[in-house]
Design a protein around this ligand. Structure first.
Ligand code: C2E
Ligand code: CA
Ligand code: CA
Ligand code: CA
Length: 280
């Protein structure tokens, strides 16, 4: 037993080291990434639930690491969040999104809103909104074209402060969406005071629409009814199957996003999609 115990411990230690090494590796990579152009954005299409038209996109960050390859945000954002690097990275995301919006305008493609994710550390910056206004104006884009996504858990963490922040964003012309809705223990009283443009239903509930799960179905239709009564739109995330899509359409969900309809695309692939839609 003693032997087995030691073997287990060694194994544990080895995998701990591996994880720690990877974090260190990623921290260093993040330091160089902005200067060396290792970040890029993907754009995932959002479709209207009633007309099936392309109505927007969500910008999703990628890090192309010279050795580790293409990393998704779950692999590097927690590290960037802890080190504070996310603040600068987040500014790059908004600037790059604006440049892309300008590029689509210059190509004569239809204007649409692009969603940008904000993390807790960014939201804690007292100058967040002023910084975002400066970036967007410097790129000569209308604030109306950006919708910032804040997770429900972060929004509810300090709800009175969130109310003020949402008002300040909206005063500047930005729209706000509450992301991963349904997982963050909302106070319904505050939801009413948030007055955001969109609620994004977490993909956990979208996936729950498959099969016999009556719970998810009840929750999704309740969220949609609540949102509509508060004049908010509902976006379903993670739509992967035709049956999820038809259920959501039946429940009058306003917008759909997910692999069934479109994966996160490179800027060029998204331009092609926009052009194709326009000529259709
Ligand atoms: P999120 O905001 O909930 O974004 C949706 C995630 O679900 C994306 O993962 C997207 O690729 C993925 N997804 C989309 N459709 C489907 C589907 O049908 N099925 C499944 N299983 N997944 C789908 P991604 O790109 O890996 O991003 C993960 C998270 O990282 C995001 O979750 C967001 O919280 C964060 N993130 C991404 N970009 C940024 C950014 O620029 N800044 C900050 N602060 N966070 C970001
Ligand atoms: Ca999001
Ligand atoms: Ca989400
Ligand atoms: Ca999420």
């Amino acid at each position: 037993a003693k032997r087995a115990g030691r073997a287990t411990w060694r194994f544990f230690e080895a995998s701990m080291n591996e994880a720690a090494m990877r974090t260190l590796h990623i921290q260093n990579a993040l330091r160089a990434a902005l200067d060396q152009g290792h970040f890029s954005l993907r754009f995932q299409p959002k479709y209207c639930g009633t007309t099936n038209e392309l109505v927007g996109a969500e910008a999703l960050l990628r890090l192309n690491h010279p050795e580790l390859g293409m990393l998704t945000p779950t692999e590097f954002i927690p590290t960037a969040e802890r080190s504070g690097q996310i603040v600068q990275i987040g500014q790059w995301v908004v600037r790059q999104t604006c440049r892309q919006i300008r590029h689509w305008q210059a190509m004569g493609l239809p204007a649409m809103r692009v969603a940008v994710n904000l993390s807790p550390r960014q939201i804690a910056q007292p100058d967040l909104i002023d910084t975002m206004i400066d970036i967007v104006r410097a790129e000569r884009v209308d604030c109306e074209q950006i919708i910032f996504e804040i997770t429900e858990a972060v929004a509810m963490h300090d709800a009175p402060k969130t109310v003020e922040m949402i008002q300040a964003f909206q005063h500047a012309g930005f729209e706000i969406a509450i992301d991963d809705f349904g997982t963050g223990y909302s106070s319904l009283a505050y939801l009413e005071r948030f007055r955001v443009k969109q609620l994004k239903i977490d993909r956990f509930f979208t996936h729950g629409l498959d099969g016999e799960d009556r719970g998810s179905r009840a929750i999704v239709s309740a969220i949609i009814a609540l949102a509509h009564s508060l004049n908010m739109e509902v976006v379903a995330e993670g739509v992967e199957t035709a049956s999820q899509l038809s259920e959501l359409q039946f429940m009058a969900c306003d917008q759909m996003q997910g692999y069934l309809l479109g994966k996160p695309l490179t800027a060029d692939a998204f331009s092609a999609l926009l052009a194709e839609r326009m000529s259709a």
